[in-house]
Design a protein around this ligand. Structure first.
Ligand code: HEM
Length: 170
C-alpha cells in the first residue's frame, strides 16, 4: 500500500518541530548535568532540596521528557510519511536505537534516581550530606546522566553528517 508522502512545505514544518524537541531534550539534559555538578559544592540542605525539586520539574514535566517524546513522535512521522523511511539509512537506524534506549534508560533509571534524590533530601535534612544511600544514588545519577547527555550531543553530529547512507535503494 502506498502511503501519502509529505510535501516540501510540510517537511519544513516537521523539521521545525523535530528540532524544537531535540533542543528541549539535549538542552535539558546538558542543563541537568551542570546542575548535578553544582550539587557537590552545596552545604545547605534546604537549598539542595530546592535544586532537586527543580531538576525533577525540568526533567519530568516541562523540558526533557516532552522533548524526548517529541523526538519519538516526529521520528515516527518521518518514518511513516517521508522518503527517509525507517531502515533505509544506517544513520537513521542508529538514531532509532539511541532514541528508544535513551528514553527507556531515562524512564527506568535516571528518573527514579532523580526522584529518590529529591525525596531523600527532604527526609534527611542536614544528614543528607553524609548519608551513604544518598551519596550512592547521587553518584549513579550524575555519572549516567553525563553519559546520556554526551550520547545525545553525539546524535546531533550523527544527524548532520549522516553516515552509512542508502542501505536500501527501494
Ligand atoms: C526516533 C528518532 C529519530 C528519528 C527517526 C529522526 C529522524 C530524522 C530525520 C529523518 C531528519 C531529517 C534529515 C534531513 O532533513 O536531512 C532529522 C533531522 C535531525 N535530527 Fe533527528 N531523528 C530522531 C531523533 C533525533 C535525536 C534524538 C536527535 C538529537 C539528539 C536528532 C537530531 C536531529 C538534527 C540535529 C537534525 C537536523 C539535521 C540536518 O538538517 O542536517 N534527531 N532527524
Amino acid at each position: 500500500m502506498n502511503r501519502p508522502m509529505l510535501g516540501s512545505r510540510a517537511l519544513r514544518w516537521l523539521k521545525c518541530f523535530h528540532l524544537l524537541a531535540v533542543s528541549c531534550w539535549v538542552g535539558g539534559a546538558v542543563a541537568l548535568t551542570v546542575l548535578a555538578c553544582h550539587r557537590q559544592f552545596m552545604d545547605d540542605a534546604a537549598a539542595l532540596y530546592g535544586l532537586n525539586v527543580a531538576s525533577c520539574v525540568v526533567d519530568m514535566q516541562v523540558v526533557v521528557l516532552p522533548g524526548a517524546y517529541g523526538c519519538l513522535v516526529t521520528g515516527l512521522i518521518y518514518g511513516l510519511f517521508t522518503r527517509f523511511g525507517f531502515f533505509r539509512h544506517g544513520w537513521l537506524i542508529l538514531k532509532w536505537i539511541i532514541t528508544v534506549a535513551a528514553i527507556l534508560f531515562g524512564m527506568l533509571y535516571l528518573g527514579p534516581w532523580e526522584e529518590a534524590l529529591r525525596d531523600l533530601s527532604l527526609e534527611l535534612g542536614p544528614d543528607v550530606f553524609t548519608n551513604s544511600e544518598y551519596l550512592r544514588v547521587f553518584s549513579l545519577h550524575s555519572r549516567w546522566g553525563q553519559i546520556q547527555a554526551f550520547v545525545l550531543v553525539l546524535t546531533i553530529f550523527l544527524s548532520v553528517f549522516k553516515p552509512w547512507k542508502n542501505l536500501r535503494t527501494k
